[in-house]
Ligand binder design. Sequence first.
Ligand SMILES: N[C@@H](CCC(=O)N[C@@H](CS)C(=O)NCC(=O)O)C(=O)O
Length: 319
Amino acid sequence: MSGYLDKGQWREGWYDTHKTRGEFVRTASAFRHWITADGSSGYPAQAGRYHLYVSLACPWAHRTLIARVLKGLEDLVSVSVVEPVMTQGWHFSEALPDHLHGFQYLHQLYAHADPAYSGRVTVPVLWDRQTHTIVNNESSEILRMFNEAFAALARTGVDLYPAGRRPRIDEVNAFVYDNINNGVYRCGFATEQGAYERAYERLFSALDRVESDLGQQGWLTGDSWTEADWRLFTTLVRFDAVYFGHFKCNRNRIEDFPQLSRLLRTLYQVPGVAATVDMDHIKRHYYMSHTQINPTRIVPSGPQLKFMELELAPSAPAL
Ligand SMILES: N[C@@H](CCC(=O)N[C@@H](CS)C(=O)NCC(=O)O)C(=O)O
């Protein structure tokens, strides 16, 4: 079961959708410090200083793991992975330990950063070994920091947010976030029929629009991928296995959209990316953690996912 911290104390509980007429409204991330190349923010980009906490199930955390791999930051930024099924929220185990503090629960990390913290305990979390605090727990910002602040230290010259395309990337990100990334959650976590139906219409009309745009230009913002494509990818990769059934996003599968499934297959093939996709964590997390949606906690055996059956390029490294 999930919950939240109330002045540093753990409490069980889910999002209260009564106040919002059955609609799921995501809360804003609380830690918003910024790592810079020159350290003027107090958080300089340095090898070995920062530690990333992720769930392999979570699409927001997934963006940061992908950026870490594409930039080649594996030796610079270390990682701990939480267990996929929630008990007192995200937690660790012998198999998946907290490499830095040996905590049992992620909420202990939040309370360690701020003993009076009130709010949800979410992944991803970027931790600073030097100041012993959470630098940032907002995935879109961690992604940008990995891209920009670490550029000089990175193993690759990949630029996920090229200067000339920023306005277009920002525009696409806003549309994809509101309607698709968060849109699937709005369907799945709706607690009234009307709220669900509105979310469903909005989600599929957005997918139709992206499908048609992709037919014109190949990638979301031009002739090569950027962070905008990767931010869509983490939702596409979970869609047929989880959102279609568990979140009732079932007008079509991604497999039924020629352009969206092409994008999914192509991005999945980029070296290093397949190792960041853990379908077992993804399925177990959603089907076993959201007992308000799936009380039996049975994890479906299917579907067969064609994009995962393709042979990978031999250079793909492990996570
Ligand atoms: N705005 C955050 C959202 C992160 C988020 O909602 N993560 C989910 C997992 S997919 C989480 O940790 N939820 C736990 C909870 O809300 O209790 C981000 O993008 O980093």
